[in-house]
Design a protein around this ligand. Structure first.
Ligand SMILES: [Zn+2]
Ligand SMILES: [Zn+2]
Length: 108
């Protein structure tokens, strides 16, 4: 039986599920559609959502103290991970558990 995922691990997994679906379906979608440059830009931005390219904050689990990097959201209003209030909730939730350490911005 797999070990119970703790809070930070569930959050990390949640991100990758959406991203994996996008990555899996985007190539076939692009083969059938011809998005203009604005839409392509949005798509590219969404694909960077919560990846290392947007930097991350270090999160500590309040249950077990494990630390994991939580990648920053793209905040694009078209992004399925970032739309509307959910973004604000997400940010608030993260702000509440931020470690008192400097925030990292990954250089790409
Ligand atoms: Zn934990
Ligand atoms: Zn996003």
């Amino acid at each position: 039986m797999p070990a119970r995922l703790c809070r930070v691990e569930r959050k990390a997994a949640e991100r990758s599920v959406v991203l994996e679906a996008l990555e899996r379906h985007l190539p076939s979608w692009l083969a059938r559609h011809a998005p203009d440059s604005r839409r392509l830009h949005v798509l590219r931005r969404i694909l960077t959502c919560r990846t290392a390219s947007l930097g991350h904050h270090l999160w500590a689990c309040e249950e077990c103290g494990r630390k994991l990097p939580m990648y920053n959201p793209c905040r694009d209003r078209h992004c399925p991970q970032c739309s509307g209030k959910r973004t604000l909730d997400w940010l608030e939730e993260r702000r509440a558990v931020l470690l008192p350490t400097p925030h990292f911005q990954d250089a790409v």
